[in-house]
Design a protein around this ligand. Structure first.
Ligand code: NAI
Length: 286
């Protein structure tokens, strides 16, 4: 029987979330996505107008279908958490039920259960500031959007995940090695995400037989990465120095995610899996 996946963090066809959706769709999964509320309108319009049709093509020639797009803001767990200025913001007021708890409830109502949960989102308002210049608010915002958002998603979706299910997030090597430019507490947020992957794997494994892994991905020219500002340098650095001297494609990360979500990975949990052309293995650039 086909599996159902919910992928949080898809708002265009350039990021890892989109590529993961495609690989899962190619493997036969039904696709639901969660799209950041401020990006929802343009994403749905582009989808409807066929702007993504070229990148919806799957290996067998068919087009990926997204069964449903849910508005989501993963920094809010339930309506009580939403401050007045967001509630009345016109980009938010046009949508409803977009806190994590409400999205999980909507998915449960619409579909009953899911098998695969993907977290492909991050945000750090001060990412371009060095850690030494990062404010407390900026640091906590990075952790809230990029790390706790995953704890919250898993917590709220576990009750509707079938036993044997799989959950995946995306991380970056800046958690364990210094990557100047990845600031604002984003390196800290990824370190938290990786540590949480181990603890959540234990808790979700024991209680619900669900696997929890994270993919440490190499550099990709996504919307989020372009906003950080050093992505071209990172891609060039990787091509020059990684064991595999090629540009990483989002599909390679998508395929690794499809493997991790499948029964082929039934004994893999609590792991950080590198999909980065091997760059993590290098001690110096040559
Ligand atoms: P992306 O721009 O495609 O995805 C980030 C998504 O997060 C966007 O769709 C954005 O709308 C969404 N988002 C931001 N704040 C949100 C919130 N509060 N609630 C819900 N959604 C929110 O960019 P990318 O790069 O594909 O990012 C996906 C994941 O991959 C992130 O966790 C990122 O840190 C990770 N990653 C990216 C790398 C890269 O070079 N692009 C390298 C390693 C990891």
């Amino acid at each position: 029987k086909g599996k159902r996946a919910f992928i949080a963090g898809v708002a265009d066809d350039n990021g890892y979330g989109w590529a993961i959706a495609k690989s899962l769709a190619a493997a036969g999964a039904e696709i639901l996505v969660g799209t950041w509320v401020p990006a929802l309108n343009i994403f749905e319009t582009s989808l409807r107008r066929g702007k993504f049709d070229k990148s919806r093509v799957l290996p067998d020639g068919s087009l990926m279908e997204i069964t449903k797009v849910y508005p989501l803001d993963a920094v809010f767990d339930n309506p009580d958490d939403v401050p007045e200025d967001i509630k009345t913001n016109k980009r938010y007021a046009g949508s409803a039920n977009w806190t994590v708890k409400e999205v999980a409830e909507s998915v449960k109502q619409d579909f009953g259960s899911i098998d695969i949960l993907v977290h492909s989102l991050a945000n750090g308002p001060e990412v371009s500031k060095p850690l030494l210049e990062t404010s407390r608010n900026g640091y906590l915002a990075a952790l809230s959007a990029s790390s706790y958002s995953y704890v919250s998603l898993l917590k709220h979706f576990i009750p509707l995940m079938n036993p044997g299910g799989s959950s995946i997030s995306l991380t970056y090597i800046a958690s364990e090695r210094v990557i100047p430019g990845y600031g604002g507490g984003m390196s800290s947020a990824k370190a938290a995400l990786e540590s949480d992957t181990r603890v959540l794997a234990f808790e979700a494994g024991r209680k619900h037989k669900i696997r929890v892994n994270t993919i440490s991905a190499g550099p990709l020219r996504s919307r989020a990465a372009k906003a950080i500002g050093f992505i071209d340098t990172m891609i060039e650095y990787s091509i020059a120095n990684a064991p595999l001297q090629k540009e990483l494609s989002a599909d390679e990360v998508g395929n690794a995610a499809a493997f991790l979500a499948s029964p082929l990975a039934s004994a893999i949990t609590g792991a950080v899996i590198y999909v980065d052309n091997g760059l993590n293995a290098m001690g110096v650039g040559v």
